[in-house]
Design a protein around this ligand. Sequence first.
Ligand SMILES: [Zn+2]
Length: 433
Amino acid sequence: MAAAEFFEARIFRGVLCHSSTLNTFGIVFLAALILAAVTRLWLARRHVAYVQAHRTDVPAAFAAEISLAEHQKAADYSAAKTRFSMVDTVVGTAVALAFTFGGGLQLLHEISALWTTEGIARGVVLVALFGLVSTLLDLPFDYYRTFVIEGRFGFNKATPGLFFADALKGLAVGALLALPLAAVILWLIDALGAWWWLAAWGVTIAFGAFVQFIAPTVIMPLFNKFSPMQDPALRERVERLVQRCGFKVKGLMVMDGSRRSAHGNAFFTGFGNTKRIVFFDTLLKQLEPPEVEAVLAHELGHFRLRHVLKRMAITALLSLGFFWLLGYLMAQPWFYSSLGVASPTPAMALLLFMLVLPPFTFLLQPLGAKYSRMHEFEADAYAVQYASARDLVSALVKLYRENASTLTPDPLHSAFYDSHPPAVARIARLQKA
Ligand SMILES: [Zn+2]
């Protein structure tokens, strides 16, 4: 059979037999998938409409620092990004349907037999094929986002060469990290029987911690250059602040973010011996030293108030629940048959689970966003104890302006997604401090 005929026959057979086995769970998944997509599209439309309705007036609190032209650029940028996210939602939903009911995963399983038919090895090949196909499907979207949207608004600094080099490196690093983990989990399923999920959860948590630990020294330098902060005056100012807050941080690094984007940022990374504070070179160009200090005080607040640790603990707890659920579902024949899969293998269960989970956890999104916004307010409150509130306000206003972040998001869209409080509420609270 020629390859084309083989694929055609598979897909045809897939559609035929799977539509007839669409049982209760298949219907529940389909309903959740459609509900999540419709909610996303509805929120996006609201957001675009709201931003455009407020396009003609800079909010009073910002009128002195942000010009009407800058405000309108932010509105157009938000609208462009949000409209594109709607395309992403529709295609993402179609891809999830194609992998499940469309027989896509089953097809990848059959293709994996070209390499091996041994259980665990074939499972790893299936996971690798799925990762490869997903990455290739994402690539045109990333390309459009980078070169068309970011490019149009003057934010993109990457060349196509750098973009594709990043994609290749990302794929290689992803494979190097994910495939051994998948192999270990598949082996645990094979070796431990009913309690595999508990051991697999432990391994996954330990693995996550390991990746966090090596990220600043091994993974991130593959993509960016990190150099110690040079400017002696700024360095001294920052070191004094770090001391005032009772910290010991070894690395005070500057990252060449300007190679890819004009957006600026600052973050904390690693833990133990690899703990460091990283500033984007773009951020240092945009802010005055006292403003850099205020932004850093905010980041230190996240650390001191254990926000990172709390999030990791919640994630670990949630994933324990997910592993337990996966352990249960893996043993149910209907889990496979109702989702368009005829070959119930452990690797298949892992992938199906990853595809099925998002529309259900979508409902947790507003809770997670609210939790994150609470942490932002807490970090701001911490920052103004150790640095000037006025400097933090002026730093934030500059960052809103330089990043063309909208000052007038749709309140519901913002409540659902935003990890940071809306500009107006955040600045108002800082001005009271
Ligand atoms: Zn923050």
